[in-house]
Design a protein around this ligand. Sequence first.
Ligand code: HAM
Length: 419
Amino acid sequence: MDLSPPRGTRDFFPEDLRLRAWLFAHFRAVAASFGFEEYDAPVVESEELYIRKAGEEITGQLYNFADKSDRRLALRPEMTPSLARMVLKKGGSLSLPARWFSIPQCWRYERTTRGRKREHYHWNMDVFGVAGVEAEAELLAAVAAFFGRVGLGPTDIGIKVSSRHVLQGVVSGLGVPDEQFASVCVLVDKLEKVPRDAIADDMAALGLDDAMVDAILDALSLRELDGLAAVLGEEHRAVTDLRRLFDLAAAYGIAEWLVFDASVVRGLAYYTGVVFEAFDRGATLRAVCGGGRYDRLLSTFGGKDVPACGFGFGDVVIIELLKDKGLLPDLPPTLDAVVFPMREDVRHYATEVAARLRRGGSSVDLLLDPKKMKWAFKHAARRGARKLVIVGPDDQAAGTVRIKDLDSGDQRDVPITEL
Ligand code: HAM
């Protein structure tokens, strides 16, 4: 039997899980400091939640199947549809604005490369019920706060920001119907990644001729808001939103992380406004996180729309980046104590000792089978224990235990009642 987990998935041995827990603790701490509440949803959802017809990559990567009752189900490739479903389910009883976060495991059947796996976790932060870019600014501030916490600076990482209104401004001038806009965005996102020839047929199917594609590419090459204003006009929604967002970013003290980059469109169909992506300034890795505004997702599920925006931040790319920068923490195992019964006739007493220590809040590894002193010391070192609690027949008779401090080497006898 092959002992590897399925391709693109990971085992988390205790040393790996320590790193994951460290990362998630930062995600949770940032979310808490921004006043977000944690939620969760099932990893298996009804397949229809993910069926969108805009030609997104994510749809083709679905882990979908029929269960034993022939229900069409899928492993979630992202959390946003589940979140939208939950918000719809709450309906009017949900007090808005709501700021929620989650760290779900997600599944995408994609080609595995550095930073891309088939199984990965996404830290999600989403705001429901705020129509203005104040919500996006808050989210961007949270992303920057996270980077700061783990030791990354604005010279390591940037966040490219744009708005779907940029592309909308361009294509509506070209006569592309509104209902095709999402598909155009998905295709334009691909245009950034694959040669133009490869998607020429898809372009034609959407009614985009070469001249139109040239006009789109022209607009996407903009890197200055003034340039954008010159094309679309100062009053255009894309311009006013982005100017306001950059102004707020200055107030948050995160302006140096942000860059306006019209080429950011994002490959998910549901975005309707500001979109953003964090990127490694060394340009060796794929997007570190991505998000944006999706004001019309709920109506695609038959509900009443609520303005919403959020981001997904994967656990894989960030770990690669931290590794490259030498910023991964050293996370040795830790334990308060190993309790070592020297002989089997003191096991009852040693068990009482361990139980007392645990009730007092200590983390304790009680040796469960007969061992020699030397082994107990080695084991305590391997487990990162701070103390070795030695329990012998004399201790039992005296109602004490011998506590050896493994850092200083000091030892003392302590009455069991004082543990
Ligand atoms: P996304 O850009 O598809 O957006 O994914 C968000 C992040 O998840 C990516 O930037 C990347 O860090 C990580 N990610 C995606 N696919 C993989 C993979 N195969 N392996 C490792 N990491 C991956 C979304 O999923 C949206 N639902 C985000 C969102 C939340 N928008 C609004 N709210």
